[in-house]
Design a binder for this molecule. Structure first.
Ligand code: NAD
Ligand code: ZN
Length: 361
C-alpha cells in the first residue's frame, strides 16, 4: 500500500492507497482511541458492493458500525439530508469521539464531511472514496458542504479528514461514465500543474480506462500528491494557489449550468479545458503544440471537446456573468503558459465570448 502524507500541522493526515485499503480501516481506527460507535454514510449501490467488507473490518477491530444510507445523486447534498444525519447521530448515541466514515463518491464525502464538521462542533471524519473522482480529488483537501436550491456548494466549511482510504480495487465496478469523469480532473491536474504527470497519462490513459490496478494505483497516488501539494500551500483558498485547481472550471461551470446539468461535471470540465486552452493561446502565448496534446488526451479519454448544439450559447454566457469570479467586464480563469504551468488571469468577457463561440463551431 502507498501512503501520501498531507502536511497541515495539527490537521495533517495520511492517504492510504492500494488494493485492500478497505481492510485497513478498522485496525487503523482502533489505534486512534475513537469511541466504538462508527457511523458509515453511504448510498445503496455502494453499500451493496462494499458495505459487508467495511463492516467486517470495523467489527473485527471492535467497532459497532451503523449504516446511514442516503439516496444516490447530487440531490442528497442538501441541508435536509444533513439534518436527517444529525438525527441518526443522536439516535445512535454518538459522542464527540465517534467517527463518521464517508463510503462513496464525492456526494457522500461532501455531505458526511459537513455533518462531521458541524455535529457537536466536530466529530472525527474518515474518507473512504469509491469513485475515481473522489479518490483523486474530492476526498483530499477538506472542502465539505451541501447545495442550496440557488446553486451548488453554497453552504459548507473546510474540515480535514483524519485519514483517507483509497482502495483502487473498488473501481472495478465503476460505470465507464464515472471513470471518464474522474479522468477529466486527472487530465486537469497534469495539464495545469505537473508536466510529468501529463506525459505519464499520455502513455497510460488506455490502462486507466481498462481499470488496470497497477496503473490506477500509480495514478491515484500521483494525483493525491499533486492535490495535497496545492492544499498544503493554501488550505483555505485565500492565497491563490488553490485557485489553480480550477483549470477548465470557469468555462466548464458555465457550460454545466447552461446544459441544466445534463452534461456531467467531467464532460463540462473537458469542454471547459478546451475553451481555456483557446484563451491561453490568445492571452498567454500557449504553444499550439501544447494545446493539441491536451485536446488529444481529452479525446482519448472519451470526453467531449465541443459544446453540443443542444446547449444554447447565450445561456453559457449568462451563466459565466453570474459566476462568483466575474467582475467589471472580466472573469477570472486559469490559463496555461505551457503544460504543467498555470496562472490565474482576468479574461475580458469579449475574449471569453469568442472562445465559447469557437467551442460550438
Ligand atoms: N470536496 C471537494 O473538494 C470536491 C471536489 C470535486 C467534486 N466534489 C463534489 O463531488 C460530487 C461528485 O462526486 P462523484 O463524481 O464521485 O459522484 P457521486 O458521489 O454521485 O458518485 C457517483 C455514483 O457512482 C456510484 N458508485 C460509487 N462508487 C462506486 C463503485 N466503486 N462501483 C460502482 N458504482 C459506484 C454510485 O452510484 C454513486 O452514486 C459533486 O457533488 C461535487 O460537487 C467535491
Ligand atoms: Zn471539478
Amino acid at each position: 500500500m502507498r501512503t501520501v502524507h498531507v502536511k497541515l500541522r495539527e490537521r495533517s493526515y495520511e492517504i492510504f492507497i492500494g488494493s485492500g485499503a478497505l481492510n485497513a480501516i478498522g485496525p487503523w481506527l482502533a489505534k486512534q482511541g475513537f469511541s466504538k460507535k462508527a457511523l458509515v454514510v453511504t448510498v445503496p449501490s455502494v453499500k451493496k458492493l462494499f458495505g459487508a467488507k467495511v463492516e467486517e473490518s470495523l467489527c473485527s477491530a471492535g467497532f459497532a458500525p451503523r449504516f446511514a444510507v442516503v439516496p444516490e445523486g447530487e440531490g442528497s447534498k442538501s441541508l435536509a439530508k444533513a439534518i436527517a444525519l444529525y438525527g441518526e447521530c443522536i439516535r445512535f448515541g454518538m459522542d464527540r469521539w465517534s467517527p463518521v466514515i464517508a463510503l462513496g463518491g464525492g456526494v457522500v464525502g461532501d455531505l458526511a464531511g459537513f455533518v462531521s464538521a458541524t455535529f457537536m462542533r466536530g466529530l472525527p471524519f474518515i474518507q473512504v472514496p469509491t469513485t475515481l473522482l473522489a479518490q483523486v480529488d474530492s476526498s483530499i483537501g477538506g472542502k465539505t458542504g451541501v447545495d442550496l436550491p440557488h446553486g451548488k456548494n453554497l453552504v459548507g466549511c473546510f474540515y480535514q479528514p483524519k485519514a483517507v482510504f483509497s482502495d483502487v480495487s473498488v473501481l472495478k465496478t465503476l460505470p465507464a461514465k464515472e471513470v471518464r469523469n474522474g479522468l477529466a480532473e486527472i487530465i486537469k491536474h497534469g495539464a495545469s500543474l505537473d508536466a510529468k504527470l501529463f506525459s505519464f497519462l499520455e502513455h497510460g490513459v488506455g490502462k486507466i480506462l481498462s481499470l488496470d490496478e497497477k496503473a490506477l494505483e500509480e495514478t491515484v497516488a500521483w494525483n493525491a500528491r499533486v492535490k495535497a501539494g496545492v492544499v498544503e500551500k493554501d488550505e483555505y483558498e485565500q492565497k491563490g494557489a488553490r485557485m489553480l485547481l480550477n483549470f477548465g472550471h470557469t468555462v466548464g461551470h458555465a457550460v454545466e449550468a447552461a446544459s441544466k446539468f445534463r452534461l456531467s461535471h467531467g464532460e463540462s470540465v473537458a469542454i471547459g479545458m478546451v475553451g481555456e486552452l483557446l484563451l491561453s493561446h490568445e492571452l498567454a502565448g500557449l504553444d499550439k503544440n501544447d494545446s493539441t496534446r491536451v485536446i488529444t488526451l481529452i479525446e482519448r479519454a472519451g470526453l467531449p471537446t465541443m459544446i453540443p448544439s443542444t446547449v444554447p450559447l447565450n445561456a453559457v454566457l449568462a451563466a459565466a456573468k453570474l459566476d462568483k469570479k466575474a467582475r467589471a467586464g472580466t472573469i477570472r480563469a486559469v490559463l496555461l503558459k505551457r503544460i504543467g504551468s498555470a496562472f490565474v488571469a482576468p479574461v475580458p468577457l469579449n475574449d471569453f465570448k469568442k472562445a465559447v463561440e469557437e467551442l460550438a463551431k
